[in-house]
Ligand binder design. Sequence first.
Ligand code: NAP
Length: 246
Amino acid sequence: MSLKGKIALITGGAQGIGSIISKELAGQGAHVVLGDINQEGAEETVAEIKNSGGKASAVKIDVSNATDVRRVFDSILNEYKPIDIVVNNAGITRDALLLRMKEVDWDLVLNINLKGSFLCSQQAIKQMLKQKSGSIVNIASIVGVMGNFGQANYSASKAGLIGFTKTLAREVAPRGIRANAVAPGFIDTEMTRVLEDSIRLKLIEQIPLARLGQPEDVARCVSFLVSENASYITGQVINVNGGMLM
Ligand code: NAP
């Protein structure tokens, strides 16, 4: 129970990787707040966490909306205590080859994946700076490092997130706050279930460990990074990709 007494916000906590990160951190004793645009889904995960004896609550948030983000961080402060952990996990894809990519899809992906993390991190450090402690983990992607056909918007957002994490880490380190990124490879969630079977098989051929990742593979890494066991780790990008990129 290394996170006992900690308050953690996990964005995009309703399903997929965010839901499993929420369960993992709750299992370590944290009170997890699941922020998602899909509040119903977040409530379902909260019920599962509570049924297994964990502490959790759900809140509706659009991470790309500054007013929404401020409201959620203010309510966490008023209801509980200053935030200890933020996992910027909410993210979307809107894939198309660059020639056909619509401006609206470029903006949407950048606003949610990159601006959303900026807005949440800014509110988080306002509370963490006063406590002189805290940990932020940004969920980037292997695609932000190596690029991918049809994902100019998504890969730019995730590469941006990696640069953002490093600057954030440098700015807040003197005040005892850590920031890291996790770059998952291809993980078995709704996001990748839309891929055709033939594409999934081709991907697996490129993965030395010969399988897609499970959300638990990512969640265990996040759980380590936010814990005291990682107290000397900041500004890093941890690849969780089965060896797909070395
Ligand atoms: P997912 O299953 O699609 O879950 C993402 C969650 O975020 C959904 O509940 C979604 O709600 C929510 N969300 C979307 N827009 C939001 C917004 N504006 N504000 C708040 N919440 C919002 O995705 P996932 O596969 O678990 O991915 C989680 C993170 O890992 C993402 O950042 C993704 O880019 C990253 N990642 C995933 C993979 C992979 O292979 N799955 C690989 C590398 C990185 P709706 O469903 O209602 O939109």
